[in-house]
Design a protein around this ligand. Structure first.
Ligand code: FAD
Length: 373
């Protein structure tokens, strides 16, 4: 390990955040609000980043920044949004904030800490040091290995989720007015309308997103290396899904799901535009160790069926900033402060993941029994 080069620290302190996706961006904004100077280390660039749809909470951005949005700022709408819309809104707020720096192509591989600092070392050997390092690096978190070395990995829940998005023009009216939930033959299905690419919420000009939970794809996931042993490695891109699997999805959709969802699936199959996300879960035992802590999916990973990932990451971001500002007033040490963040968040985060795990177990039991029958 090379010795850390400390960035110039403001009195209110410095933080490094590993990962500049939704939870990293929210945490950066909440820490900047209390006067901290933040460096975000992100392994990727911003090109071609996509994700599923999410339920966002109205007013999230205002609560993170403490400021009302200005006329030229993209608003964070409540309700179902694409990952990209939520990301772009948070990222625009981060880019306007002079206390936050985002460093791309910085893949962190090592972490360290001593009495005075914590540091992160990127794969190119660069070392970034600050008062604390926060892991917002998702389900395969590197920071988690240092916070919880005895339980570093999230585990595969046994099923994947097929995900697609279509324009409403690809389906027939009447257009969906809200959420749809269906179960059949051991599968389950969620559908929802989304704003159109231009933000339109007018019926007929929106998009629809769907998620199909499937407990029978072990061979595909293991042959592509998306899951190895009990550990989820990655999401399968649309171009990695073989033609015969697309054909199988189309045939099953015909049998299992009602319109307009069946039409939406056929549209995605025709465009070869479906991704497959293996579900991982992580029940946390710790969220902090010394000057290191975790937020978002790195900290606690529930099945997407809970629809709580974004909300939990938002609550982490606020709780961490609260713990730090309280300790600044009470003169606690940083490790004590991060321990109080852990106390504030651990129980509820654990309950959310465990509730989701009950769903996962029931779902897999049903999926297996339907396959045997
Ligand atoms: C299919 C699906 C559906 C979902 N639906 C919902 C929903 O309806 N409602 C909801 O609230 N939540 C939902 N979620 C969960 C939600 O998407 C996440 O909880 C939320 O996006 C927070 O993610 P994150 O920022 O913690 O992690 P991630 O999005 O995984 O981001 C981690 C970031 O860290 C970077 N990174 C990783 N390792 C390193 C490294 N070593 N060095 C530097 N950078 C690194 C990555 O490139 C990435 O940018 C869903 C998730 C999935 C998969």
């Amino acid at each position: 390990m090379t010795s850390p080069q400390t960035r110039p620290a403001t009195f209110a302190g410095t933080a490094i955040i590993v990962g500049a996706s939704l939870s990293g961006l929210m945490t950066a904004l909440s820490l900047s609000r209390i006067g901290m100077s933040v460096t975000m280390l992100e392994r990727s660039d911003d090109n071609g980043r996509t994700g599923a749809s999410l339920s966002a909470v109205e007013g999230m951005l205002e609560r993170l920044t403490g400021k009302p949005p200005t006329a030229d700022q993209p608003a964070m709408r409540g309700g179902i949004q694409t990952w990209v819309a939520v990301h772009d809104c948070l990222r625009a707020a981060v880019d306007r904030d002079p206390a936050i720096e985002v460093v791309h192509h910085a893949q962190v591989r090592e972490l360290g800490q001593n009495q005075h600092h914590a540091w992160a070392e990127a794969c190119d050997g660069q070392v970034f040091a600050a008062d604390m390092v926060i892991g917002a690096d998702g389900y395969r978190s590197v920071v988690r290995r240092f916070v919880a070395p005895d339980r570093p990995d999230a585990s595969f829940a046994g099923y994947l989720i097929w995900l697609g998005i279509s324009d409403e023009t690809a389906i027939s009216p009447p257009y969906p007015s809200g959420f749809a939930y269906h179960e059949a033959e051991g599968y389950c299905f969620l559908g929802a309308p989304l704003p159109g690419v231009d933000g339109s919420t007018e019926s007929g000009r929106r998009r629809v997103s769907w998620a199909w939970y499937d407990g029978g794809c072990d061979t595909l996931l293991r042959s592509t290396g998306a899951v190895v042993d009990r550990v989820v490695q990655r999401t399968l891109r649309a171009d990695e899904i073989p033609d015969d699997i697309y054909a199988e999805l189309a045939a099953k959709a015909e049998r299992l799901w009602p319109d307009p969802w069946r039409e939406a699936i056929h549209d995605c199959v025709a465009r070869h535009s479906i991704i497959a996300t293996p579900t991982a879960e992580y029940v946390p035992e710790r969220l902090a160790r010394g000057r290191l802590c975790l937020v978002g999916d790195a900290a606690h990973l529930p099945t997407p069926m809970t629809a709580m990932g974004l909300r939990s990451a938002f609550d982490d971001a606020l709780a961490l900033a609260d713990a730090i500002s309280l300790s600044n007033r009470g003169n606690s040490s940083l490790p004590e402060t991060l321990a109080s963040y852990e106390r504030a968040r651990l129980t509820i985060a654990k309950q959310i993941v465990l509730a989701g795990r009950n769903f996962s177990r029931d779902f897999m039991r049903t999926a297996r029994s339907r396959r045997v029958a």
